[in-house]
Design a protein. Sequence first.
Lengths: 165, 328
Amino acid sequence: MNFLKKLVPQVATEVQQLSRSGFHTSSVCCRVQSGRYRITTKRNRPLTYEMANPPHFIGHRKSWNSWNTSTMKDALRPSQTAIEDVFIRKFVTGTWHALVCSEIIIKRQHNTIRIAALIRQAITPRKMYFLIGYTEELLSYWMQCPVTLELQTVGDKKDVVFKYI
Amino acid sequence: MSSALTRLWERLPLKKQTAQSGIRVFSNQEPQQNQEVEDDEEFRVLSLRTVKQQFQRRQQVRRDPITPPRTNRMAVDQDWTAVWPGPRSFHPASVPLPLRQGFTERGAAAPSKFANAELMKIPNFLHLTPPAIRQQCEAIKKFCTPWPKGLETEAKWQRHFPLEVITTDYCQSLPTIRNPEARRVTISLKLSDLKFDAHARDKFLRLVGDRYDKDTDIVTFVTDRCPQKKQNYDYALYLLTVCYHESFVTEPWEATKSEADMEVYLFERNQSKLSAERILNWNAKEGAPKVAPSKSFAVCVEQLINEGENEYNLGKYKEEVKKMLSIA
C-alpha cells in the first residue's frame, strides 16, 4: 500500500488507520458438506437410498447405522463402542472387498453384535460362506463377544441404486 | 527306443499296419500315442506379431442361477416360529409380506423390500408374534410356582411384608453385564409398622433425619456406598436395625434436656399445667386429693401452642377454659 502514500497525504493516513484496525475477511467456513453429494452435469452419479438422504434426515427418512445403548444418557463405554464400530466397518469392507453395496449396519444386543449388510453376488456361495465364517470368527475374537453376520445378497450393483444425480 | 522305432515305421505307410501289430506285443499304450503325435504335427504358422484372432476368448464366469426367494415356496399354514425363531435382521426372502419402506417423491412407490437397507436397520419383532410368545410361555410354565395362599390382596401382603426393597437391573448392549448404577438399594417402610414408645420414636426420627417423610409416614434408606448390590442391601438393613435399637437407649445426658431444647410444647412439663392446678385447687383443704386439669384441656393447650393460633384452636380453647372453670 506504499503507492497510496505518494498520492495524497490524507489517503495515506486513512490507509494507516485501516491497517491498524486489523480488518480481516475470509471465505465462509461454516458450510455443511458431509454426507451430501453434488449433482453431476450428466446426471449419472448413482446414489443409494442412504446416500440420497443427507444426515439431517436421520431419524426421519432414514435410520441409524449403529444401534446400541452407549449413546444414551449416562451410558457406559460410548467412545469404545464408537471406535469398535469404525473398526468393524473397516474390517468388513476390506474383507468383503468390492462386494459391500450398502452401509454396514451394526446392531448390539446385550453382548452380541449383529452386522447386517448388502453383498453383491460376485463370488461363489462357497467363498461367501468361508468369508462369513472368517469374519465372524476373527471379529468375535477381537471383540470378545459373539458376532453374527446377517447378510442379504443382491444380484447386481444397480439393484441398490435409488436415483441418479 | 520303441517310440523312435514306431516313428520310423510311420513314415512308411505301407508297412504301418504290420509294424503296429508287431509293436503291440511290447506295449498297449503305443497306438494312442501315435495318434496324438499325428494330431500335433499340423502345419504351424510362424507368427511374429500377435494377431487378433489368436486371442483366446475370455472364459465366461459361470454363475449359479439365482434362486427365487424362499417365500414363493412357503406354505400358507407353515409354522412361522420355526422360520423366524430368534431376533434377526430383516431378510426379504424369508418374510412373505409385501413390505415397503422409504421416502420417495410424491406419487412414486416406496422402495420394495428387496435390497432395502432401511428394513434391515430397524429392529423387528417377527420373532415375537403372539403364537411364539404363547409357545414360550407354555415352555416355561413348568418352572412357575403357584401364588402363595394368604397373600391375595395388597393389604395382606403389606401386613406380612412391610419392608419394600427397590433395586435396578440394567440391560445394555455391551460386552459387560456390570453397571455401577445397579448397586443402589432403596428400602422403605411405614413408621407405624415399628413399635415405639414416645422417647424412642422421637429419638428415631432425630436419627433418621430427612429420611422420614412426614406426609406419607414412610422412612426410606438409600445406600450406594458399597460396590455390590448385596452389600448395599445388607448395609441398609443394618442401618435400619441399628437406628431402631439405638432409639431405645437412653443416654445419661438426655436427662439434662431443658425446656429450650424441646421441639414441641408438652403440657405436662410446662407452666400452664401448674397454673391450671393452682386455679383448680384454690382454697382446697390440706390433705385433700389434688384436682388435675382434664385431658381434653391439656390436648387443647398443646394444639393451640404447637399448631399456632387460629379461629378453631382459639374457639376450642375458650370452650375448654369455660368447661374447666364451670362458667358455661
